[in-house]
Design a protein around this ligand. Sequence first.
Ligand SMILES: [Zn+2]
Length: 489
Amino acid sequence: MAAALEQIAASSGWKIYNKSLRVYEGTTLAMVRGEEERNLLAVGDGSLFDDLDGTVIADGAAKLAPLTHANRKVLNHYFPYTVPRALGTEVATIGLGDRLGIAGSGHLQAVEGKQILPVLAQQSIRELNLTGRSYEEVLDAACYAVFQEGFEDGFGADGDHLKVEADIELALRLGFTMLTLDCSEHIDNDVANMDEGQLQRAYAAIPSATRERYEQRYGGKSFAVGESAIQFEVATLQSYVCIYGKAIDFMERIYKQYIVSAGRDIDFEISIDETLTPTDPAAHFMVAQELKDRGVDIYSMAPRFCGEFQKGIDYIGDLTQFEQELKVHAAIVDHFGYKLSIHSGSDKFSVFPVIGKHTSGRFHVKTAGTNWLEAVRTVAQVNPSLYRRMHAYALEHVEEALAYYHVSMRLEEIAPLDQTVDAQLPAYMDEDNARQLIHITYGLLLQAKDEQGKPLFKTKFYQTLYEQEEAYAESLRRHIGRHLELLGK
Ligand SMILES: [Zn+2]
């Protein structure tokens, strides 16, 4: 059977992705690569063969099926390992958001055989808007990558940084297995700047029954967590209640309304990282204890750490202080039995070793745009003129992107394009300022159109990466591999 498939593929000039090859009853199925696109190739007969939607070829002996949403559902039905699943708290996980939808196989090659599982589909609504993709497309791309690589260890799908109920409902309905609840709109950031009188008034505005409950539970108390004690002074407790009270109610409501009623396991992550100031360990503890008391079971929590976690570059801040605070956060997480989640986690090479160490290897690290930078690096290597046009466009339009992202890049430090020879172009992706420039302009670059409304870069960009598939996968294996190694995986 496999021989028949090989023969048909060879006669049509298609390359078989060997790891994808599977037999189900009378059908042999594989992912094949043609000059312009990938397809599923089925040989034989039976229900799998019949269910795939495609063109019958080779006098009825085979079927060529495009990578559509419908065919993805067929794969999910016959090969359960292609369906995302909740990954739980007992294993380390890495979020590998793939804005382009073509990084999946390189990502899987990077995690293959390691003590860590991938969350392949991971996008926020903002990312979908900036790339013009839908949640279905994001899931389709992940499932097809899993089939292509024959990856049977399991993977997750994260509706990332969701805050609107309609989006939560949509992601869960489509089969997402992880939900990252963005609580930023329910966290009161103004409290940090209040004086004593203002804080008193804000606290007094909270219903008395709520205040009394918090005071009885935490006021003046000390809780043992690992080797440390978490203390609640009256004044700090009041400020925590003002900052996080509404957010905790929001977490509870979403959990009860959507997570419990989903009827399947969901990795429920709480994100309180989008705040102006670092999360106090005691505040982290209070949020966790409240969730536990209210019966809310979580998979992970993302506090805001000290220092800066900017996109696409290493950690900026005091490493000693980071390690001290991380220890306490990790102890809290252990105490309650969920995982510590690190957002904007790509390229934070200087802090990975301590994250791996103090979490005892049980963490969730999110990366999102670093594979885009590797894609750009690949383009810089193999298609210098395309890279040059993209770089120039990014510089021209960077102001628009700065509305979305906080970065500290200094454009004047980026080497002038006209003084850089082709062979040096990939090195832009080794320089922090250029990395951030390209990182934050991904949406603009992918959406850019000429006067006729045709994509300025997108088509050529995808085409180049398709032709250079192995070079792109290789750079992801190297780059993500470096993350995993430093994290102790
Ligand atoms: Zn976040």
